[in-house]
Design a protein. Structure first.
Length: 206
C-alpha cells in the first residue's frame, strides 16, 4: 500500500445523502477481484441512461472533475452492503480522499485498509467545501494528513480528527498484511518453536 501524506487536487461536489455501496459500484461489476478497471462501474447508474450509455451529465464526467482526487459527499456515505469494490472503484478513478459528515462503519474501515483517507467534518464545514468544489474555476483543495488539516482556496483551514492507529497506517503505507509482516521475526520464532515441539502439525498432508 502506498504511503499517504498530502494531497492537493480537484475536489468534486456530490451533494447527495445516503449514497450506498451499490450506488458506488453496482453488483454486476463485482465479478472480479482485480482492483483495476473498476472506474467504469463507478456511480454507473448515475452516469448512464437506461440503455447503459454515458450521459456526460454526472459531475465526474465533466471538466475539471474528470481529474478529481477529492470527493465532497453528503451524510452517511458508503452505507449498504459491505464490498471492498467500493473503495477500489473510487481509487481506480483517482479519488484519494472523501470528505463527508458521516460514513457507514464498514465502508469507513474498508477504505482505510485500502489506503484511502476518509475525513469527517461538520455539516456546515462540508457545505462550505461543497460550495468551493462547485466552482469549476477553482475547485482545488489540499489535505495534510500529518497536520490533520483541510485547506480551502479561500484560506479557510478545517482541522479534522482521525484515529491515531489509522493515521499511522496511512502515513506508513501499512495494510493488514503489512502490519502482520512487521511481526515477521516474532511469527517466525513462534513457528520454529512450534515445529520443534509439535512437528506433526507441519507434516506434509499428502
Amino acid at each position: 500500500m502506498e504511503k499517504f501524506n498530502k494531497v492537493t487536487g480537484v475536489a468534486a461536489p456530490l451533494p447527495m445523502v445516503n449514497i450506498d455501496t451499490d450506488k458506488i459500484i453496482p453488483k454486476q461489476f463485482l465479478k472480479t477481484i482485480a482492483r483495476t478497471g473498476l472506474a467504469k462501474g463507478l456511480f454507473y447508474e448515475l452516469r448512464t441512461d437506461e440503455s447503459g450509455k454515458p450521459t456526460g451529465d454526472f459531475v465526474l464526467d465533466r471538466e475539471p472533475y474528470t481529474n478529481a482526487e477529492i470527493l465532497i459527499a453528503g451524510d452517511n456515505f458508503g452505507c449498504g452492503s459491505s464490498r471492498e469494490h467500493a473503495p477500489w472503484a473510487l481509487q481506480d478513478f483517482g479519488i484519494k480522499v472523501v470528505i463527508a459528515p458521516t460514513f457507514a462503519d464498514i465502508f469507513y474501515n474498508n477504505s482505510f485498509k485500502n489506503g484511502m483517507l476518509l475525513i469527517k467534518l461538520s455539516q456546515e464545514q462540508v457545505d462550505n467545501l461543497m460550495i468551493v468544489a462547485s466552482d469549476p474555476e477553482n475547485p482545488e483543495i489540499s489535505v495534510d494528513l500529518e497536520k490533520q488539516e483541510v485547506y480551502a482556496p479561500n484560506g479557510v483551514v478545517y482541522p479534522f480528527v482521525i484515529d491515531p492507529f489509522l493515521k499511522e497506517c496511512l502515513l506508513d503505507g501499512l495494510d493488514d498484511i503489512g502490519l502482520t509482516m512487521q511481526r515477521g521475526d516474532t511469527i517466525g520464532g513462534f513457528e520454529g518453536g512450534q515445529k520443534n515441539q509439535q512437528p506433526w502439525l507441519y507434516r506434509d498432508a499428502s
